[in-house]
Design a protein around this ligand. Structure first.
Ligand code: CTP
Length: 399
């Protein structure tokens, strides 16, 4: 968020006591924060608190001549890279949905071209009231990002949906909404990652040692390069990088379906997943008991997701990975041709190589003998180099 400018709107609700902490979380992430309070918010927290944590004078009054002369409400609306309203009261959501401009904050929201996010916070019945829900639906349809609310115990003593999302999570959500400028700005990147699990019986499955680290690093690098990223992931112990939409799957068939649901919108497809090539042909309904010395589990082929995407008529730029134990480049080049890919990233795998490790070594291959070494190093570094290369090459292919 370095240098990113956020207008933080604070409206009247008890959750406003958490907003000074939100200012700190945003600033920790490098943002400049200008707080705009409504009259209701001032009943809960003093402007002095926000001034102390934000380092900027708080704005509240649309009719404050001195403040307007320094930076008018229109300049404030232009200044913002993001307008975040937290907490957003039921009343403020109604004002925003109705296009009202009676307060400084609602005027800034009307006059800005920056993304707007709201973090609703109110009593659970106020939240579920059809009037509030209709306002929220209107805002969503207009592209306003609605973050939360969370569920739990409420200040009014009730339990339910209506709590403001916690400040650290809100700050991460804000980070994800800020437009990122980079070589992949405006591009949509679809990535598969991690292993798949193929069911043998209700308690057993066949899987592999993929940790998902490479795929998640590629997703983060693509997001850092400005892309809108969807990550279709098998079961791994990793959190989605900030700003990346994650779709969780378990089996190869589910991964295939999730990819097919997203691929039409994708400009670039990167298959890093270690998809099972075979699955038990008839998974048992009950746990298999050890009644004999040998167990044969008949297997059948899974669908090749990468090849299926590459076969499509209006296909994205298609990148595959080849994990090989021997003759790495020869096998990878054969895969590039067989699956009709635009690019393949080849790496050598073995007992102590690549799987579950933080480091990797990659060679890129493409048609007509094209070859480039990305070198060896942390997967995060190689992912950035790979994404930079894909950005250049996919652009070159498109023109
Ligand atoms: N892949 C896929 N769907 C599958 C199998 C593989 O999308 N069912 C993708 C992987 O994500 C990877 C590439 O295909 O990008 C290479 O996978 P790999 O299993 O190594 O290659 P195969 O073509 O299956 O060849 P082989 O098993 O003979 O090495």
């Amino acid at each position: 968020m370095d240098g990113k400018r956020i207008v933080l709107g604070v409206t009247g609700g008890i959750a406003a006591y958490k907003s000074p902490d939100l200012v700190r979380r945003l600033k920790e992430r490098g943002a400049e924060v200008q707080v705009v309070m409504t009259d209701g918010a001032r009943e809960f927290v003093t402007p002095l608190t926000f001034q102390a944590v934000s380092g900027r004078e708080v704005r509240s009054d649309l009719w404050d001549k001195a403040a307007e002369q320094a930076m008018s409400h229109i300049e404030l609306a232009r200044w913002a890279d993001l307008v975040l309203v937290a907490p957003a009261s039921a009343d403020f959501l109604a004002q925003l949905a109705g296009g009202m401009a009676g307060s400084l904050l609602s005027t800034v929201c009307l006059a800005t071209s920056a993304p707007i996010a709201v973090a609703p916070a109110m009593n659970r019945l106020m939240w579920s009231n059809p009037a509030t829900q209709s306002n929220v639906a209107t805002l969503r349809a207009r592209g306003v990002h609605v973050v939360g609310p969370a569920s739990g115990s409420q200040a009014c003593g009730e339990v339910g949906e209506g709590r403001m999302v916690e400040p650290a999570d809100l700050a991460d959500a804000a980070l994800a909404l800020l437009p990122v400028k980079g070589p992949l700005s405006g591009k949509r990147v679809l990535i598969t990652a991690g292993p798949t699990r193929e069911r043998i019986d209700p308690v057993r499955f066949i899987s592999n040692r993929s940790s998902g680290k490479m795929g998640y690093a590629v997703a983060q690098a693509a997001r850092e390069a400005g892309a809108e990223v969807v990550l279709v992931s098998g079961p791994v112990n990793l959190c989605a990088p900030v700003g990346v939409r994650k779709v969780c799957v378990e089996t190869a068939a589910q991964m295939h379906d999730a990819v097919m649901a997203e691929v039409d919108a994708a400009d670039i497809f990167i298959a890093t997943a270690a998809v099972a090539d075979y699955r038990p042909a008839q998974p048992a309904d009950c746990k298999i008991k050890k009644t004999c010395d040998h167990l044969d589990v008949p297997m059948e082929r899974t669908v090749d997701i990468l090849a299926a995407v590459a076969q499509r008529e209006n296909r994205p730029f298609v990148v595959g990975f080849a994990a090989e134990t021997n003759d790495v480049e020869a096998h990878a080049r054969a895969k590039l041709e067989r699956k009709n890919l635009d690019l393949i990233a080849a790496n050598e795998v073995g007992d102590s190589k690549v799987f579950e490790q933080d480091d990797n070594a990659i060679v890129l291959l493409w048609a007509d003998g094209g070859r480039q070494e990305l070198g060896a190093g942390p997967k995060t570094l190689l992912a950035r180099r790979l994404v930079a290369f894909i950005a250049e090459r996919s652009g070159a292919t498109a023109t």
